[in-house]
Design a protein around this ligand. Structure first.
Ligand SMILES: C[S@@+](CC[C@H](N)C(=O)[O-])C[C@H]1O[C@@H](n2cnc3c(N)ncnc32)[C@H](O)[C@@H]1O
Length: 286
């Protein structure tokens, strides 16, 4: 079955639904592994702002649970409800929850957030709602923020994160093709301005606690052993959007870099790093 989907930047692409869900889940899991220091910093900030510590947490558009697991680690007494439209992705989350020993604290709900929230309200009201790389997927953000407001206890927090751009990994000169390939790849595939949710949150009745940019820079040692797989998965996703917008020589160079058999391949290089920025809005229901 083929489907139309939007990636984390809102670009539209066509892939097999099953292959696309598995590839996305793997990319997000690697994101959680490599960017663990960022998740720890963000959840630590939520712990400082939440009073009392959240007991019930809702993860909207949870994906395979990158945020759910970071929150479960930070708040060891909390119960989490992870909602996603994809049964396949939620299945991965449940499998990982068992492996991490937190299955008894995480429930999954397969639901389309654009439709009824009846299945979500069963576990609520919530003390914390987390929505990472998700709000730009919803059909009507104003309605979704209003529903999130209704689902929170007074004093409860919402944390909304967006990736400003896909992470970068490659050196300027990869030794394959023309220098500057990754910059051209990003320029060609990321044509939309960053998302901005401050006004939406205020319009829904929230008080903005902070709008925090995270500038993440990790060298290979800091990023750890999953860096190559993370870069490979991320660049492969961009490659799926690049065919019609990148020059033929750059496409050919990218294919060499993604070919694990090639000596310069992303899978084998020792000169990768991660550079990315994300923005998180933390707001409170008065
Ligand atoms: C880019 S992923 C982000 C996943 C996760 N929050 C993270 O940061 O790793 C977006 C997720 O939203 C889910 N999604 C998209 N539209 C949805 C909707 N209308 N209702 C529920 N989930 C949705 C997708 O299936 C996907 O797992």
């Amino acid at each position: 079955m083929n489907t139309t989907h939007r990636d984390t930047h809102g670009h539209v692409g066509h892939e097999s639904a099953a292959g696309s869900a598995v590839a996305l889940a793997r990319l997000l899991e690697l994101d959680g592994e490599v960017l663990a220091p960022y998740f720890s910093e963000l959840t630590g900030r939520l712990a400082e702002l939440a009073d009392p510590s959240p007991a019930r947490i809702l993860d909207l558009g949870s994906g395979p649970g990158t945020g759910s697991f970071a929150l479960a680690r930070r708040f060891p007494a909390a119960h989490l409800t992870a909602v996603d439209i994809s049964a396949q992705i939620l299945h991965r989350l449940s499998t990982q929850a068992s492996a991490h020993g937190v299955a008894d604290r995480i429930s999954t709900v397969e639901a389309n957030v654009d439709e009824s929230w009846a299945a979500l309200s069963g576990d609520g009201p919530y003390d914390l709602i987390w929505a990472a790389a998700f709000m730009h997927h919803v059909a009507d953000p104003a309605r979704t923020f209003a529903r999130a407001f209704e689902q929170l206890h007074p004093g409860g927090l919402i944390a909304v994160t967006e990736m400003d751009f896909f992470p970068r990994y490659l050196p300027e000169d990869t030794g394959v093709g023309r220098p500057g390939l990754e910059a051209r790849l990003h320029a060609a595939t990321n044509t939309q301005p960053p998302h901005e949710w401050t006004d939406h949150l205020r319009d829904a009745g929230f008080t903005l606690e902070e709008r925090r940019p995270f500038d993440i820079r990790l060298d290979a040692t800091q990023a750890g052993p999953s860096l190559n797989a993370y870069a490979q998965a991320s660049l492969a996703k961009l490659r799926s959007h690049a065919a019609e917008v990148l020059d033929a020589d750059d496409l050919a160079a990218l294919d060499v870099l993604l070919d694990e058999e090639q000596p310069h391949s992303v899978a084998r290089r020792d000169d990768l790093s991660v550079r990315t920025t994300r923005t998180t809005w933390i707001a409170r229901r008065p």
